[in-house]
Write a protein that binds this ligand. Structure first.
Ligand SMILES: CC(C)(COP(=O)(O)OP(=O)(O)OC[C@H]1O[C@@H](n2cnc3c(N)ncnc32)[C@H](O)[C@@H]1OP(=O)(O)O)[C@@H](O)C(=O)NCCC(=O)NCCS
Length: 193
């Protein structure tokens, strides 16, 4: 069997495929853990025609999109982008989430970001474990929505470390990093992932 696997930067040609994925996300009970924006045909169209600095990506396997992810906040003036990721149920546990995370890390680094931030519900164990294993450092305790703030340091040493260590190693400075980005923490904007 020949499989064609492609990481896409979403463009107008992908509108139909993204609309199909968004309708699957909207019907997925786990989408209450991932709510960066509504998952409607209108949003799929907007994202596929978007031309700013933020990044909207998908993993295409043959003729279907099976993962959707983003780095956003740059257009609003934040220097630390917020990351969001969704992997379709049939692909979970396959390594696709890790592949897309690494792709986003490199994209952010090459775009000049020094850190990435994300929010994760404390009981979203698969997401939390994935992020922790990549080297994200988390705020403790959760905020008033039950979400932890995770910070990933994109410095060369942190990128190398994320391939080899797990857990909270190297996270001693997380509170400093969080306080540095606190001025950028606008709950009404990009950081609600
Ligand atoms: C979060 C998400 C992207 C993770 O993708 P995934 O393919 O499920 O991730 P993995 O299968 O690689 O699992 C990551 C880790 O969590 C563990 N894990 C998976 N499901 C788990 C569960 N129910 N309970 C505990 N641990 C779990 C895995 O063992 C793995 O740990 P390991 O690397 O030590 O083996 C995916 O589950 C998803 O799209 N969820 C819905 C949207 C969402 O929650 N997005 C994140 C918002 S912050």
């Amino acid at each position: 069997m020949t499989v064609i696997l492609e990481v896409l930067h979403l463009k107008p040609d992908h509108t139909l495929l993204l609309t199909e994925l968004f309708s699957r996300i909207a019907a997925d009970p786990l989408s209450n853990r991932f709510h960066p924006h509504p998952f409607t045909a209108t949003e799929a169209d907007r994202i596929c025609h978007y031309g700013g600095r933020d990044r909207y990506l998908a993993l295409r396997i043959d003729d279907q999109l099976s993962a959707y992810c983003m780095l956003r906040g740059w257009d609003e003036g934040f220097s630390v982008p917020s990351l969001g990721i969704y992997v379709a149920p049939e692909l979970r546990g396959s390594g696709a989430a890790r592949l897309m995370m690494q792709h986003l890390h490199l994209t952010a680094r090459l775009s000049g970001a020094e850190r990435i931030r994300l929010k994760v519900y404390a009981d979203n164990l698969s997401a939390y474990k994935l992020y922790a294993s990549l080297g994200y450092c988390f705020s403790d305790p959760a905020d008033n929505t039950g979400q932890l703030v995770g910070i990933f340091d994109l410095s060369r040493s942190a990128l190398m470390r994320s391939g080899t260590v797990t857990g909270r190693d190297g996270c001693s400075s997380v509170h400093t990093l969080l306080s540095e980005s606190a001025v950028e923490d606008d709950p009404s904007s990009a950081n609600r992932l």
